[in-house]
Write a protein that binds this ligand. Sequence first.
Ligand SMILES: Nc1nc2c(c(=O)[nH]1)N[C@H]1C(S)=C(S)[C@@H](COP(=O)(O)O)O[C@H]1N2
Ligand SMILES: [Mo]
Length: 256
Amino acid sequence: MTEELTPDGELRRRTIRAVVGFGLAGLVPFGVWKWLKSSPTDAGIRQPLREVLRLNARVGSALFSPDHLAPTFPLAMAARNVRVNGREGLRSPVAGADTYAIRVEEPQPAGPPIRRELTMADIRALPHQELVFQFKCIEGWSQIQHWGGVRFADFVNRYVPRLSGPDAPYRYVGLETPDGGYYVGIDRASMLHPQTLLAFDMNGRPLTEPHGAPLRLIIPTKYGVKNLKRIGLIRFTSEPPRDYWAERGYDYYIGL
Ligand SMILES: Nc1nc2c(c(=O)[nH]1)N[C@H]1C(S)=C(S)[C@@H](COP(=O)(O)O)O[C@H]1N2
Ligand SMILES: [Mo]
């Protein structure tokens, strides 16, 4: 079983917020509601509401600071039974860590992107980094978890040095499973945050398949949905890459 980490006080506050929010929703004039209902949709949600998400993303990005770290916890607080959630892109068998390929795509000023393949040995060659933090899923659960791997920022500096400077010509990173069944797009600042990891260890042991073996993303400044398991492709882009849950109506930025 997983631990319940939500104290009663927090639940009560959330309930009050929900009730107040519901009450205020009752004050929305009928005309506004009708206007909203008749507006076009964008990835499953009404255009005006999508605009609110865009504003959220702009405010979130503006407030985002690489110096602001997610709280970390002592090792002893890390969950032993780490919860599993989401199997998109994990249904086909995974190649063993020895033969696993991580495809990397960098944009070129003209022509098709430069494509390369890296191995798990290439990833492991980078400085090791451990992190114990509170993982948060939008479905309403959270858990203190212990991850090990390498910083994404170190990965860029070592393997895509052309893209490491402050003026590097990309704004987003797209990650996909090898079969393309799950995919996320993440803004550059969040990817280069010092706590964003390419993770291959969990609780000091190699990652298991349901958790994304051999390599997954751990990004504490985003909700669980962006923490893509089984990374098969890393793509640097100027336009927002496709994103599995954003296509289904969720917030694209989805920052914490
Ligand atoms: N490939 C892949 N990665 C994924 C998902 C998924 O369905 N497929 N689900 C996401 C969601 S919603 C969550 S909460 C976390 C859960 O990671 P865990 O199974 O290690 O707890 O994985 C994320 N990464
Ligand atoms: Mo999630």
